[in-house]
Design a protein around this ligand. Structure first.
Ligand code: FAD
Ligand code: NAI
Length: 476
């Protein structure tokens, strides 16, 4: 049987892959997308890490646990009495699974709507052929496809500690962390990065005693220091125990749970016992089963596919996007690269602005930022002005009952161009969009300060922080 022919074959159906496939199809190309993720019934579950064990399920659990926390601790302030509030963990997990399925089904629908041929199985390079590459699909059906252009979007996997494999019972990756069937009495997380803080928050709100062990001496080193300090204060108050500067030693995984030996920042030997251990120490690019070596696709020492600024790999006609290449491991970064590559293949000038990729940590308070931090500007020798505005002085935040945190603007001292915006507080994830737009348009702080913002809204704190750059806040 002869191989099916495509203009573009995308390997991986996560946010990088399925979006690249849709954009390529929109541009008139004949496109295949191969993804191997299986749902509980063995059927296709496109959407990758993001949909199945990442962004979407974690936000579903953060929402459920936040409702529970509000019912227990904040409803009373509004005059609502809610006694004996109970959490049905099985129902919470089932709801999360429904949300995942809605997204899987939505992606299958979108691929069909855009006439992308979907193949459920593992895609691997077979060989280079005249004018393209042959890709073997191993799955429900074994097929051979030929594509003129190949986009690799195979994502990433959780990094394990050396000698401590994930069993997803006691020692959990992000996958197991999203499936814990009962609130653990004692939960330990290693790594206080994004996953550590988000998953630690979920189980702390549900009643677990949570300790996070972090190797670095500083908390959230990539975040603006002032913002990280404010966030840490809030997490301390919530009872998230975060130990910085630790060195993790032997980990024993037994029938009763896990015991973690470590040296604390003072150099003292400690042991902590836990029902569950979540290891959240970063992720590794995934090229397992891709047969990269068969065609000579170049990987770096971390296992990431080597690409240039335009996502071109070492092979002509082969591109790579998302977590499997350099840069931040974020769904929206993967999507933007997918769109840009599809446009480049079509002869257009696809572009990703790495300076305006927003980051969000969905804790309470949320942390969001775009652009450079104060410490980066100092290191780069840039002269800047800073302006902050606390949510304490924002009417909408008071009405919401959530006045933690602030908005912070950093602008060029001479031109007033916005160089970074950093938010810790309610709905920071939504507020940051205005800052991203402003920076894309190379706006000045004064531009934002002069724009009319709805009252009462949290976005007024953004306007006020922009005013603060020129030391002329109106409400503080
Ligand atoms: P992936 O989403 O990993 O998708 C790759 C797909 O390719 C998978 O479906 C995989 O099965 C498939 N695949 C791999 N190899 C093959 C093969 N050979 N053949 C066929 N298919 C293959 N990012 C955010 O921006 N916001 C968040 O809130 C956020 N939350 C997260 C929470 C958690 C717990 C985790 C773990 C991650 C989170 N991320 C978040 C990161 C985000 O999930 C990733 O950056 C994003 O999924 C990367 O997209 P991708 O398309 O590159 O890869
Ligand atoms: P991370 O890189 O955010 O944090 C890992 C943390 O573990 C770091 O603070 C690091 O210093 C620490 N660490 C590493 N090795 C250690 C060791 N041996 N002992 C103790 N501490 C150690 O990685 P994380 O949290 O695993 O998340 C992976 C990626 O997934 C993130 O970088 C992010 O790109 C993505 N993600 C994004 C989210 C979002 O956008 N809201 C949510 C969750 C994940």
């Amino acid at each position: 049987m002869s191989a099916k022919q495509f203009d573009v074959i995308v390997i991986g159906g996560g946010p990088g892959g399925y979006i690249a496939a849709i954009r390529a199809a929109q541009l008139g190309m004949n496109v295949a997308c191969i993804d191997e993720w299986k749902n509980a019934q063995g059927g296709p579950a496109p959407g990758g890490t993001c949909t199945n064990v990442g962004c979407i399920p974690s936000k579903a659990l953060l929402q459920s646990s936040e409702h529970f926390d509000h019912a227990n601790h904040h409803f009373a302030d509004h005059g609502i009495s809610a006694k004996d509030v109970k959490m049905d963990i099985a129902k919470m997990l089932a709801r999360k699974d429904t949300v995942i399925k809605q997204n899987n089904d939505g992606i299958l629908y979108l691929l069909k709507k855009n006439k992308v041929s979907f193949f459920h199985g593992r895609g691997a390079f077979a060989k280079a052929v005249d004018g393209g590459y042959e890709i073997q699909v191993a799955g429900a059906a074994n097929e051979s496809l030929v594509g003129k252009q190949i986009i690799v979007a195979t994502g990433s996997n959780a990094r394990a500690l050396p000698g401590v494999p994930f069993d997803e019972k006691n020692v959990l990756s992000n996958d197991g962390a999203l499936r814990i069937g009962a609130v653990p009495k004692k939960l330990v997380l290693i790594g206080s990065g994004v996953i550590g803080l988000e998953m630690g928050s979920v189980w702390r709100r549900l009643g677990a005693d949570v300790t996070i062990l972090e190797g670095l001496p500083t908390f959230l080193g990539a975040v603006d220091e002032q913002i990280a300090k404010e966030a840490k204060k809030a997490f301390d108050k919530q009872g998230l125990k975060i130990e910085l500067g630790v060195k993790v030693g032997e980990i024993k995984n037994g029938a009763k749970g896990v015991s973690v030996a470590y040296t604390n920042a003072k150099g003292e030997a400690q042991t902590i016992d836990a029902d569950k251990l979540i290891v959240s120490i970063g992720r590794v690019p995934n090229t397992i089963g891709l047969n990269a070596e068969v065609v000579g696709l170049k990987l770096d020492e971390r296992g990431a596919i080597v690409v240039d600024g335009d996502c071109r790999t070492s092979l002509p006609g082969v591109w790579a996007v998302g977590d499997v290449v350099r840069g931040p491991m974020l769904a929206h970064k993967a999507e933007e690269e997918g769109v840009a590559v599809a446009e480049r293949i079509a002869g257009q000038h696809g572009h990703v602005n790495f300076n305006t990729i927003p980051w969000v940590i969905y804790t309470s308070p949320e942390i969001a930022w775009v652009g450079r931090t104060e410490q980066q500007l100092k290191a780069d020798g840039v002269k800047y002005k800073a302006g902050t505005f606390p949510f304490l002085a924002n009417g909408r935040a008071r009405a919401l009952g959530d006045t933690t945190g602030m908005v912070k603007f950093l602008a060029d001292a001479t031109t007033d161009e916005i160089l970074g915006v950093h938010i810790v507080g309610p709905m920071a994830s939504e507020l940051i969009a205005e800052a991203v737009v402003a920076m894309e348009f190379r706006a000045s702080a004064e531009d934002i300060a002069r724009i009319c913002h709805a009252h009462p809204s949290l976005s007024e704190a953004t306007k006020e922080a922009a005013l603060a750059v020129d030391k002329r806040t109106l409400n503080f």
